[in-house]
Write a protein that binds this ligand. Structure first.
Ligand code: G3I
Length: 373
C-alpha cells in the first residue's frame, strides 16, 4: 500500500472548497453531473481491500462510475493458462454494485500487462493464429460471462493504433493482423449480448490516430459487430494536446456513429522529458531533481493554470454532453495517480480532481457552479 504524502496546499480556492467533498446534502460532482454523463474514477486494489479508506470514501461520495485500474488485466486474471484469479475483480464488482456504480471492465485485449504465455508457445515462438484465436476465445468468454449483466461495458481492445495511425506491432497484430479486433468484439458480444463494447486509446487528438480509429469503428459497424463507444484516454499535459484537436477527434468519433467517453483523465503539471507524451508505458526516464519541481507543494500560479486547463476540458465535455456518455478520472486523489511514477518514477504530481487530503480542488467547485448557472 502506498504512503500518503501530506503536502501543504497553497491554493486558497481549494481551502474554500474544503467543505464540498461529499458530506450529506452538499452538491457533489456526481449529483451535479447526474443528467449530463457518468463521472467515473479508476480504483486500485488498495481501495478495494480497505487499505486506503480516504480514496474509497471520496470515490463513493463523488463518483457515479468505476473502472479497475489493474485487477482485470489479463496478467492478473489469467496468470497461467487455464488458471483464473478472480478474487480482486469479484471484490471490485461487489463494491461497485453496493455503491450503485456504473461498472466498466478494463481491459480484455491489451499488449501491455498480458501474461507472457498468452501469445507464445513452449518453444518461445509466436503461436499459430488458430491457437491465439482459441486463447482469446477462452479468456474473453470466461471473463465477460462471469460478470454478465453486472459489468455494463467493456474496454474490449486497448491501444492498438499508434499516434501516426499505423498499427501497433503487438503480438496480437503479428499473429492475427487487424482481425484480432473484430474477433475480440465478436467474442465479447457473444459472452454478454447486453454489455456495451468500447475501443480505448490514448493521444486521440493526433490526426493519424483519429482517422484510423474512425476507420476501425466504421469497419466494425459495417461488419455488423457491436461497438458502442470510443474511449479517449485523457492523459493530458499543460501544453498538449491542443483542445481544438481533441474536440475534432471527439466530433469525428461521434460522427462515425458511436458515443464518446473520456476514459482516463488526468492532467500532469510536471515537466515532460518527451513532447506530446501520451501514455506509452514503455517510455520511461531516470529521476532528475530538476524535473520534480513541486515536491513541497504547488505554487498558486501553477495551481490556477492547472484549474483553468482542467475547467476548459470540462467545458468541452459539457458542450458535447449529447455525445459524451462518461468522463472517468484515472484515480481518485493526487496520491493515487500513476502520474507520480510515469514517465519518471518518484515525482510528486497533482493530476486529479481531489488533493492528497481528499479535498476537492477548485475546479470541482467551478464545474458544479457552471452547471448550476
Ligand atoms: O503487480 C505488481 C506487484 O506484484 C508488485 O509488488 C508491484 C511493485 O511495484 O508492482 C505491481 O505491478 C504494477 C502494476 O501497475 C499493478 O499495480 C506495475 O509495477 C506498474 O507498472 C503497473 O502500472 C500500471 C500500468 O497501467 C501498467 O501498464 C498503472 O498502475 C496503471 O495506472 C496503468 O494504467 C494504464 C491503463 O490500463 C491503460 N492506459 C494507460 C494507463 C496508464 O499507463
Amino acid at each position: 500500500m502506498k504512503t500518503r504524502k501530506f503536502i501543504p496546499c497553497l491554493c486558497a480556492a481549494t481551502l474554500l472548497l474544503a467543505g464540498c467533498g461529499g458530506r450529506s446534502g452538499e452538491v457533489t460532482l456526481k449529483k451535479a453531473l447526474k443528467d449530463k454523463f457518468y463521472i467515473g474514477t479508476a480504483l486500485s486494489v488498495a481501495q478495494l481491500t480497505g487499505g486506503d479508506t480516504l480514496s474509497e470514501r471520496v470515490a463513493r461520495e463523488n463518483f457515479s462510475a468505476i473502472v479497475p485500474e489493474n485487477c482485470m488485466k489479463s496478467m492478473f486474471l489469467q496468470p497461467s493458462e487455464g488458471s483464473f484469479f478472480f478474487d480482486e475483480a469479484d471484490k471490485f464488482v461487489a463494491w461497485g454494485e453496493a455503491n450503485g456504480m456504473w461498472i466498466t471492465g478494463h481491459c480484455l485485449v491489451w499488449h501491455s500487462q498480458a501474461p507472457d504465455w498468452f501469445c507464445v508457445g513452449s518453444d518461445g515462438q509466436n503461436v499459430s493464429p488458430e491457437i491465439l484465436t482459441q486463447r482469446l476465445r477462452s479468456h474473453i468468454t470466461a471473463v465477460v460471462s462471469r460478470y454478465k449483466g453486472r459489468i455494463k461495458g467493456w474496454d474490449v481492445v486497448n491501444e492498438a493504433i499508434l499516434d501516426d495511425g499505423s498499427w501497433r506491432k503487438s503480438k496480437f497484430y503479428e499473429i492475427l493482423g487487424e482481425e484480432f479486433i473484430p474477433l475480440a468484439f465478436q467474442l465479447a458480444h457473444e459472452a454478454d449480448p447486453d454489455a456495451e463494447l468500447y475501443y480505448n486509446d490514448y493521444s486521440m487528438a493526433f490526426e493519424g490516430k483519429r482517422s484510423e480509429v474512425v476507420r476501425l469503428v466504421k469497419t466494425l459497424r459495417e461488419r455488423g459487430l457491436r461497438i458502442d463507444a470510443v474511449g479517449m484516454q485523457g492523459h493530458i499535459g499543460m501544453s498538449y494536446p491542443a483542445i481544438e484537436e481533441f474536440e475534432k477527434s471527439l466530433l469525428a468519433f461521434a460522427e462515425a456513429g458511436v458515443k464518446v467517453m473520456i476514459t482516463e483523465l488526468d492532467l500532469t503539471v510536471l515537466p515532460s522529458p518527451q513532447p506530446n507524451a501520451g501514455a506509452a508505458v514503455e517510455a520511461t526516464f531516470e529521476y532528475q531533481q530538476a524535473l520534480n519541481p513541486y515536491a513541497a507543494g504547488l505554487p498558486d500560479s501553477v495551481a490556477a493554470a492547472w484549474t483553468g486547463r482542467m475547467a476548459d476540458f470540462f467545458r468541452l465535455f459539457l458542450k458535447h454532453q449529447d455525445k459524451v456518455s462518461r468522463v472517468t478520472l484515472w484515480g481518485v486523489c493526487d496520491d493515487d495517480s500513476w502520474r507520480n511514477d510515469w514517465p519518471i518514477p518518484g515525482r510528486v504530481d497533482y493530476a486529479l480532481l481531489f488533493d492528497r487530503q481528499g479535498k476537492p480542488k477548485a475546479v470541482v467547485g467551478e464545474i458544479i457552479q457552471s452547471i448550476k448557472n
